[in-house]
Design a protein around this ligand. Sequence first.
Ligand SMILES: Cc1cc2nc3c(=O)[nH]c(=O)nc-3n(C[C@H](O)[C@H](O)[C@H](O)COP(=O)(O)OP(=O)(O)OC[C@H]3O[C@@H](n4cnc5c(N)ncnc54)[C@H](O)[C@@H]3O)c2cc1C
Length: 417
Amino acid sequence: MTHFSALSLVKNALSGHKNWTEQWPEVEPKAEYDVIIVGAGGHGLGAAHYLAKEHGITNIAVIDKGWLGGGNTGRNTTIIRSNYLYDESARLYDHAVDLWQDLSQDLNYNVMYSNRGVLMLAHNVHDVQSFKRHVHANRLNGVDNRWLTKEECKDYCPPLSISPDARYPVLGGALQKRAGTARHDAVAWGYARSAAARGVDIIQNCAVTAIRRHPDGSVAGVETAKGFIKAKKVAVSAAGHTSVVMQTADVRLPLESYPLQALVSEPVKPVFPCVVMSNAVHAYISQSDKGELVIGSGTDQYTSYSQRGGLPLIEHTVAAICEIFPMFNRMRMLRKWGGIVDVTPDRSAIISKTPVEGLYVNCGWGTGGFKATPGAAHTFAWTIAKNAPHPINAPFTLERFRTGRLIDEAAAAAVAH
Ligand SMILES: Cc1cc2nc3c(=O)[nH]c(=O)nc-3n(C[C@H](O)[C@H](O)[C@H](O)COP(=O)(O)OP(=O)(O)OC[C@H]3O[C@@H](n4cnc5c(N)ncnc54)[C@H](O)[C@@H]3O)c2cc1C
């Protein structure tokens, strides 16, 4: 595998970029693996990378029903932040933000992490009080977040209108400076390339149709479109389809699957320097490196596995963006798409062992799991390798829905990206 460097770029440019080695090989599944990971999104591929790199487990297959990164990883709007209210969430997401800083170096693959800052706008007294509470809670947890006046918001994000005559006037905002965006495809590709180089098999276009168990109840392997594959451990990271996959092992999960949509405008010159989110109008916006404005909001109202979602939500989202950025009134939208997200009752993830020996699950990321990719993958790998919770993912168990020790981010935030 070629090591990316300035020299290798020059050498390959001179030969017309025809001699790059493949990023990961096409392989047929072996009869048996130590670990099978279901789902080749950022979380599944990342877990394979950390299992191989930090735990010396390389006899792994990551199996996907489609192409790698073709799920929510390749469909999301890439907002990365860690300014969550509760201690447990702050620890998990900030662990991820720490890993984002050097991920390109770790993978030798440019994931284009850009800490351009995420600004959350306050439009009413409730917003102001709630965001100031977040700022204080975050500081206690060592997470950077600070309060900006409306004039400081305008300085940080010049396209913002702070006119007092607006229907939703801006009263201030909370800024996490270390937060930002990354290139979603590159995250999947970087983890895939690194895992494959360490011996992990990545098997695409191969749906897992069932998880099989031994007579004693422990995990035996998976049925797939390419036949049965034995495994000592099976780890499921299948986002919106997790409950369906887990049901085949007789494990019921507290998940609902909803379409979540996003859209982009035609590309324009750099005009938008950061990420802005607004709970009151319920939308968020940033600008991609290609120049498109990247826009999104909340899930559709109805559970569904249709990857399209309804038009009314898109209309509402665009209206909300024009409300706070009147300068974008005449932008043309280029395309919209959807992904199926897995939502838990408290809107926090599950990274956990399950009642089935040898079966692990990482799910419930809902509308906001891209930002967690390195942190979730890192701690999930630990749990799989050691058959025990990592100190950071320990509160994110399946049992909390039985014991009541919820991490209620649903009550703490409106737009949860
Ligand atoms: C429109 C949209 C915008 C979003 N915006 C943000 C954002 O700004 N910030 C943020 O942090 N998060 C965001 N998210 C959420 C984020 O994308 C996800 O939480 C995260 O990418 C989940 O990663 P994953 O690897 O778990 O899942 P995925 O990338 O979805 O990977 C799961 C994989 O499992 C595979 N699979 C499913 N069933 C099977 C099966 N039976 N057999 C084999 N393979 C199977 C799928 O094909 C898929 O590739 C957004 C999501 C969407 C849809």
